[in-house]
Design a protein around this ligand. Structure first.
Ligand code: ADP
Ligand code: TRP
Length: 320
C-alpha cells in the first residue's frame, strides 16, 4: 500500500497541526510505503516572496524531521524537485471540467474573503490530483478541509482511465475521525488565521507566556471550578496521562486550585512532551546539508516512480 501526503510550507507549525495531522502521519509511516512532500508549488498560489518561500520550505522540512519523519522509511521530498508533476497537471487539465473547479469550496472561500485569485489558485486541485496520481497513491491522509480536493482527484482519475485506459490507481482519502479539533488559547479551533496558536517549536519563555494567556473564566482561586469546560484542561489532555488529567480535574472540583496552577502544570507537561523533538530538531538544524541529502534522495526515489507513470501517461494520450 502506498500512502502519500503533502504539506504546504506556510506559517509556523502549532500543536493543532501536530495532534491533528502530524501524529497521524507518524503512525502511518509504520504501516506502508509512505511518500511525503513539502508542497512548494502549491504554496506559490499565495504569491510568497522568494526568500520567504525558500525559508518556509527549509523550516517545514526541518520541523517534520524533528517530529519524527523517518528518512529511512519515508520518501521525503520537495514537490518542485520532481517537476514532472506540472506536466501531468497540464495533461489532467484537459480532462477537468471547469465547473468542477468552480465548485471547489477552498477556492470559493478564498474569493469570499476578498482574495484576488490567480489561475494557480483556481487550478490548485488539479495540481493536487497530479501529486496523488503521479505516484499511484492508494491512501491519502488529509484534514477535513481537503476532502473535496480528494473527490476531485478521484473524479479526474476515473475520467482519465475511462478515456485512455487504466493508467491511474484510484486513491482513497483517509480522514482520521478520531482526531479531535485542538482548541486554541481562546477556545476557538487553533489556527494560524486566528492568532491563537501554541507553536510546536518555540523558546521556553515565549511558550510559557502563551500558555499563561490561555483564556479561562474568572472563578476565584478558592472556589471549585468546572474542569469540563476549561481550555486549560482540554489542552492538558493532549500531553498528560489519563491519571494526571483526573488529578487535575479533582483539584478543580475541590477548589483552592487556581487557573495559574493549572497553567503552570500545562506548560510543564507541554514542554516535557516535545523535549525529544526539540532535541532531534537541534541535531538536524546543525546539519542543513544532511537535510538537503534527505530531500535529494527522496526526490530521486520519487522521480523514479514519476518517470514510470509519465511514460504510461504520455503513451496513453498520444504524446509518444
Ligand atoms: P491552520 O488552521 O493553522 O491554517 P492548516 O490548515 O495549515 O492549519 O492545517 C494543516 C493540518 O493541520 C491539516 O491537516 C489540519 O486538519 C490540521 N489542523 C490544523 N489545525 C488543527 C486543529 N486546531 N485541530 C486539529 N487539527 C488541526
Ligand atoms: N492541499 C494540501 C493542504 O493544503 C497540501 C497538498 C498538496 C496535498 N498536494 C497534496 C495533500 C497531495 C495530500 C496529497 O493541506
Amino acid at each position: 500500500m502506498r500512502i502519500l501526503t503533502g504539506l504546504q510550507p506556510s506559517g509556523i507549525l502549532h500543536i493543532g497541526n501536530y495532534f491533528g495531522a502530524m501524529s497521524q502521519l507518524l503512525e502511518l509511516q509504520q504501516k506502508g510505503e509512505t511518500f511525503l512532500f513539502v508542497a512548494d508549488y502549491h504554496a506559490m498560489t499565495t504569491s510568497p516572496k522568494s526568500d520567504d518561500l525558500r525559508a518556509n520550505v527549509r523550516r517545514l522540512a526541518l520541523d517534520l524531521l524533528a517530529c519524527g519523519v523517518d528518512p529511512d522509511k519515508v520518501v521525503f521530498f520537495r514537490q518542485s524537485d520532481v517537476p514532472a508533476v506540472t506536466e501531468l497537471m497540464w495533461i489532467l487539465n484537459n480532462v477537468t471540467p471547469l465547473g468542477l473547479l468552480e465548485r471547489a469550496h477552498s477556492y470559493k472561500d478564498k474569493i469570499a474573503k476578498g482574495f484576488s485569485p490567480n489561475t494557480g489558485l483556481f487550478t490548485y486541485p488539479v495540481l493536487m490530483a497530479a501529486d496523488i496520481l503521479l505516484y499511484q497513491s492508494d491512501l491519502v491522509p488529509v484534514g477535513k478541509d481537503q476532502k473535496q480536493h480528494l473527490e476531485i482527484t478521484r473524479d479526474l482519475a476515473i475520467r482519465f482511465n475511462n478515456e485512455y485506459g487504466d493508467v491511474f490507481t484510484i486513491p482513497e482519502g483517509y480522514i482520521a475521525s478520531s482526531v479531535a479539533v485542538v482548541p486554541g488559547i481562546d477556545g476557538q479551533k487553533m489556527s494560524k488565521s486566528y492568532n491563537n496558536t501554541i507553536p510546536l517549536f518555540g523558546k521556553e519563555k515565549e511558550i510559557r507566556k502563551i500558555v499563561m494567556n490561555v483564556v479561562t473564566d474568572c472563578t476565584p482561586l478558592e472556589d471549585p471550578k468546572d474542569p469540563e469546560n476549561c481550555n486549560v484542561v482540554a489542552l492538558y489532555k493532549l500531553v498528560a496521562t489519563p491519571d494526571e488529567v483526573e488529578e487535575m480535574k479533582a483539584a478543580y472540583r475541590a477548589g483552592n486550585y487556581g487557573y495559574g496552577h493549572a497553567k503552570q502544570a500545562l506548560f510543564a507537561k507541554l514542554w516535557e512532551y516535545f523535549e525529544p523533538m526539540r532535541e532531534r530538531r537541534a541535531k538536524w538544524e546543525a546539519d542543513p546539508d544532511a537535510i538537503e541529502d534527505v530531500l535529494r534522495e527522496g526526490a530521486r526515489r520519487a522521480g523514479e516512480e514519476a518517470a514510470k507513470t509519465m511514460d504510461k501517461v504520455r503513451r496513453a494520450v498520444g504524446l509518444r
